[in-house]
Design a protein around this ligand. Structure first.
Ligand code: NAP
Length: 212
């Protein structure tokens, strides 16, 4: 990603869109586009998880499939790209390592945003080096409309005031859709047309994904 040059007189603003993307759907794409516009991001890098610390590997679709579906989904947006960084890692991948990689790459000229689901952020105090992570980037938490910081406050307790300074809530109506919903529909033989780009839909059928 080092081909990006800083804007005249200022630094770069990059969003890292972290997720399992099993599969990617329009909720993710709308979230990334909304974040790009609201936070004036120069680029959004989709980062499919490799070997996530919090999930059973057998329950997650092969990383190569998830990467290729994400690539198919973003290919027509010049502001979006997909990174293989986490899926190519042989170790467990932690967000702090990913964020530090990009911080080092761009030095101080970078404002980094980590974009993910609000439900994932609820557990942030269990993430590796979360205090350092909160100092290293800003968080954009995508939620369904009506989500409030109340639940986050309840769960984070004493950590809430520190965490909340770095978390920006983004309400995305399309986040009513979830990857679980798509997987279930495919398994039940129901259509997923318009819930994900057509290329992703065809990829799922061609490779027999989510049939059970
Ligand atoms: P998850 O628990 O599978 O997802 C939680 C919720 O967030 C789901 O509703 C999910 O919807 C939504 N979501 C996930 N990614 C999203 C995105 N980019 N935009 C909008 N909504 C999103 O979460 P996950 O996908 O495994 O993890 C999310 C990110 O947090 C990953 O980058 C992961 O590496 C990071 N993480 C890091 C640590 C750590 O460093 N220790 C621990 C946990 C998570 P869908 O199912 O529809 O996507």
């Amino acid at each position: 990603m080092s081909f990006l040059l800083p804007k005249d007189g200022g630094g770069l603003s990059i969003g890292i869109m972290g997720g399992t993307f099993d599969p990617v759907h329009i909720g993710h794409l709308v979230t990334a586009e909304e974040a790009r516009q609201q936070f004036k991001l120069d680029l959004v890098i989709f980062m499919p998880t490799g070997n996530p610390p919090h999930k059973d590997r057998d329950q997650v679709t092969d990383a190569e499939h998830r990467y290729l579906m994400t690539l198919l989904a973003v290919v027509d947006n010049p502001y979006f790209t997909v990174s293989r960084m986490e899926i190519d890692s042989t170790d467990t991948t932690y967000t702090i390592d990913t964020v530090q990689h990009f911080t080092k790459l761009y030095n101080s000229q970078l404002t980094l945003y980590f974009i993910t689901g609000a439900d994932a952020i609820l557990n942030i105090t269990t993430w590796k080096d979360y205090e350092m992570l909160l100092k290293s980037c800003e968080f954009i938490a995508a939620s369904r409309p009506g989500y409030s910081f109340g639940r986050l406050k309840e769960i984070l307790g004493d950590a809430f005031p520190e965490v909340i300074k770095h978390v920006h809530l983004l309400e995305i109506p399309a986040m009513a859709i979830s990857s679980t919903f798509l997987r279930r529909r495919v398994a039940e033989g129901k259509t997923i047309r318009y819930l994900t780009p057509e290329t992703v839909e065809q990829y799922i059928y061609k490779n027999g994904l989510y049939t059970r």
